[in-house]
Write a new protein. Structure first.
Length: 219
């Protein structure tokens, strides 16, 4: 679904943050992306989401070469990808319920058809009693869970999550991991960037380890 071939990335005139990175994210696969702070995990996720272009090498997303893709094509491609960034990117003037329902509304779905799904997912992430709250009054961990619910609600083809359990306690991290595994079982390819060894040890999954800009893969 996504393929990197000898990809390199530098910011401006700086040093190469990623060097000769090659890998493939197959359909319905599950992988962790890990490595020390500053190794380039967020940068790699931004390339996967097409919000950065590589300075060299080839990236194909859903069989399209992202170097030659029209900017006008990006929104449709991105709709097939669920993302949880570290800054959450919630809409502050919308309630939690509305934030999570937004991807479905954008697709023109009727509320009667999705209301119970949104409520069930929010319950699962422990926010069933905060439906009408606005993001600015939430804790970091609560915002993170809203962002996760929004990324998952429409069963994307790929889920990209940057430290999705970074702000929650261990029982909630386990619960979120179960959610990612269930999504994966239903067909979504999952890429989770994390430092959390305890989290990774709970699943037999591919580990993509970044170190000094280079990637090693342990199947
Ligand atoms: N917009 C930017 N402009 C310049 N340099 C950047 C930019 N974003 C990241 N970098 C640099 O690129 C390198 C990789 O950063 P990145 O955020 O991808 O690492 P990371 O592995 O996600 O780190 P962490 O685990 O701390 O989140 C770092 O040296 C960082 O300073």
């Amino acid at each position: 679904m996504i393929k990197f071939e000898n990809v390199g990335l530098r910011y401006g005139m700086g040093p190469e943050v990623l060097r000769d990175v090659s890998f493939h994210v197959p359909k319905q696969s599950f992988q962790f992306l890990t490595g020390p702070s500053g190794a380039g995990k967020t940068t790699l996720l931004r390339l996967l989401f097409m919000s950065l272009r590589p300075t060299r090498g080839l990236i194909t997303v859903f069989d399209k070469d992202i170097a030659t893709i029209e900017v006008s094509e990006l929104p449709l491609l991105r709709r097939r990808i669920g993302v949880v960034f570290q800054d959450f990117r919630l809409l502050d003037h919308m309630t939690i319920y509305e934030n999570v329902a937004l991807p479905l509304r954008v697709r023109g779905r009727e509320e009667a058809g999705y209301r119970s799904d949104v409520l069930e997912l929010l319950k699962w992430v422990g926010l069933g009693d905060r439906l009408h709250a606005l993001p600015p009054v939430l804790s970091g961990g609560e915002k993170q869970r809203v962002a996760i619910a929004r990324a998952l609600i429409d069963q994307p083809e790929i889920l990209l999550a940057d430290e999705p359990t970074g702000n929650v306690d261990t029982p909630m991290a386990k619960r979120l991991l179960r959610l990612f595994l269930e999504l994966n079982r239903l067909g979504t390819a999952v890429v989770i960037a994390t430092h959390d060894l305890g989290l990774m040890d709970q699943v037999e999954a591919r580990r993509m380890i970044l170190s000094e800009g280079q990637l090693e893969i342990y199947e």
